[in-house]
Design a protein around this ligand. Structure first.
Ligand SMILES: Cc1cc2nc3c(=O)[nH]c(=O)nc-3n(C[C@H](O)[C@H](O)[C@H](O)COP(=O)(O)OP(=O)(O)OC[C@H]3O[C@@H](n4cnc5c(N)ncnc54)[C@H](O)[C@@H]3O)c2cc1C
Length: 503
């Protein structure tokens, strides 16, 4: 099919938010849309890879928030697609905390320490809430304070529990909308087709596909956008390979990490309020390291899926999971690192990481365990199309920053998990943000059309009056003419065949 060189909408990024945005546009009759994706596949941070004979999820791995008062839309999509999942029971993880000599902390100590950490975090949260209420009440411009519990935590077990509570966003402490609305259960994707299969299923509804491959020319892979020239009249997008695309509107779905980097240049530059909001948003780095073993040497069975390593350095190979529940007999362990530990490991060789991980496992299980035969270390921080794993707003965010992060600039509309006020950081946040952004854009397109036809009428009325077929314009109509804003006048010129002033 041939599409005009200037399309209605360009969507930059084909992760879940870009795909859900495109689907809403298509359902509403806007199908001259071009999707520009920097990598060679759709999915973004939903990404599977073959490792150790099974399909592992390097990015999002769980449907978080299930079993609550409202249905999680991703849970529904997964059910429709028949994706296999398995329930993750984190509640027992606190009873599998190992010290450096391989002894499990007695359950009484583990429970008490856990409760102490929860109480202290809740206390900190209350203080923070009060502070933020006062700030918001005073229209204060100060940043929300982050919970700072770690400074008072000293022992390895306290640090390990703190890591579990905060870096895994456990629902016990924080009123996270995902768990409040959708429920506290988490289900891990355990399907060879991968989490991103949901995106292919969604894309099939509006893109031409054959035998599971998207062949539609509106999806353009390996197109790294580097420049956006924008005005109130449209947007011109330039890619790294020198191609230029024009559209009436752009939906920009790149991650917050990419927005903070220098990958994209905006001409004119983004306004200060936008840059500030982007800068203020924290980026979380979350790394799942996969290790394949010749045989299983860890405990399995009920309550044993997760185990914790308590080290004096917070977050040092703390959180472990075996993949036997998802893939029995796979003999794969996963250890999760975050933030500074993630960045440190990304910067070193995989051999060095393997050496560190094996030393930790030998602390826990003794010197006779076998070496891992393979390792997979994703590098989300160093990936220039991601620059991190997901956005991390303070628990009680500054609402103005939230508003500004998603507010459009000229004809550029922003979407992605970081623009989801309630569900940022999650797959469902990305999905719902794409839908919201497209709905806002459709509304803007409708208004734009109305403005155009009003302006056309205003222009035609005096001409027709001169020919005698209509009465002369009333003073009110004339004064309306002066109310026309600049873009409307430019459209008018476009209608009369005068080249558009901008773009
Ligand atoms: C390790 C990890 C674990 C996670 N775990 C979970 C989990 O268990 N559960 C959960 O719900 N969520 C999880 N998440 C978060 C979830 O993956 C994201 O919130 C969601 O996938 C984001 O979707 P998105 O469309 O907003 O962004 P993305 O998926 O990042 O899509 C943006 C797209 O833009 C493209 N792009 C970037 N720059 C350019 C450019 N210049 N030109 C063109 N294209 C560009 C990227 O390649 C990408 O495809 C995890 C994320 C990570 C990384």
């Amino acid at each position: 099919m041939d599409y005009p060189s200037r399309s209605s909408v360009i969507i930059i990024g084909a992760g879940i938010s870009g795909i859900s945005a495109a689907k809403i546009l298509a359902e509403n009759g806007v199908d001259d849309v071009v999707l520009l994706e920097a990598s060679d596949r759709i999915g973004g941070r939903m990404r599977k890879e073959q490792f150790g004979g099974v399909s592992v999820e390097l990015g999002a791995g769980w449907i978080s928030g299930v079993g609550g008062p409202q249905p999680n839309p991703i849970w529904e999509l997964a059910a429709d697609s028949g994706i296999r999942t398995c329930f993750s029971d984190y509640s027992n993880a606190r009873f599998n905390i190992y010290d450096r000599s391989g002894k499990i902390f007695p359950s009484g100590i583990a429970s008490d320490t856990y409760q102490k950490a929860v109480d202290s975090a809740i206390q900190t949260l209350k203080v923070e809430e009060k502070y933020c209420d006062e700030e918001n009440h005073n229209n204060g411009d100060s940043d929300s304070v982050q919970i700072e519990t770690t400074s008072t935590l000293k022992t390895p077990i306290e640090l390990a529990i703190d890591f579990m509570l905060h870096d895994f966003e456990m629902a016990e402490v924080e009123p996270i909308s995902t768990y409040v609305d959708f429920g506290e259960k988490e289900f891990m994707i355990a399907d060879e087709r991968g989490y991103d299969y949901l995106l292919y299923k969604m894309a099939q509804d509006f893109l031409f596909t054959s035998e599971g491959t998207i062949l539609d020319t509106r999806l353009k892979l390996n197109k790294v956008v580097r420049e956006l020239q924008h005005s109130r009249n449209g947007v011109m997008v330039r890619t790294e390979d020198g191609c230029v695309y024009e559209a009436n509107y752009v939906i920009l779905s790149v991650s917050i990490g990419v927005l903070q980097s220098d990958l994209l240049a905006f001409d004119p530059p983004l306004p200060r309020w936008k840059l500030e909001a982007i800068e203020k948003c924290d980026v979380m780095v979350y790394t799942k390291i996969f290790l394949k073993f010749p045989y299983k040497f860890w405990q399995s069975g009920p309550g044993k899926e997760f185990f914790i390593y308590a080290h004096e350095r917070r977050g040092y190979y703390t959180f472990w999971q075996h993949m036997g529940n998802a893939y029995p007999g796979s003999n794969i362990l996963v250890v999760t690192l975050t933030n500074e530990e993630s960045k440190r490991v990304e910067a070193q060789s995989d051999e060095e990481t393997l050496r560190e991980a094996m030393a930790v496992l030998r602390d826990i299980f003794g010197p006779n365990i076998p070496d891992a035969i393979d390792i997979l270390v994703p590098r989300w921080w160093n990936n220039r199309f991601q620059r991190g794993s997901y956005s991390n707003f303070p628990i009680i965010p500054n609402l103005e920053h939230f508003h500004n992060i998603k507010a459009p600039v000229d004809r550029i509309f922003f979407t992605g998990e970081h623009t989801s006020e309630r569900f940022n950081g999650y797959v469902h946040g990305g999905y719902l943000s794409g839908i919201d952004t497209s709905k806002a854009l459709l509304e803007e397109m409708r208004k734009d059309k109305e403005r155009k036809s009003e302006s056309q009428t205003l222009l035609l009325e005096p001409l027709l009056a001169l020919t005698g077929s209509l009465p002369l314009p009333q003073p009110e109509t004339v004064s309306n003419m002066h109310k026309c804003d600049i873009p409307t006048q430019l459209y008018l010129r476009g209608q009369l065949g005068i080249p558009e002033a901008i773009l």
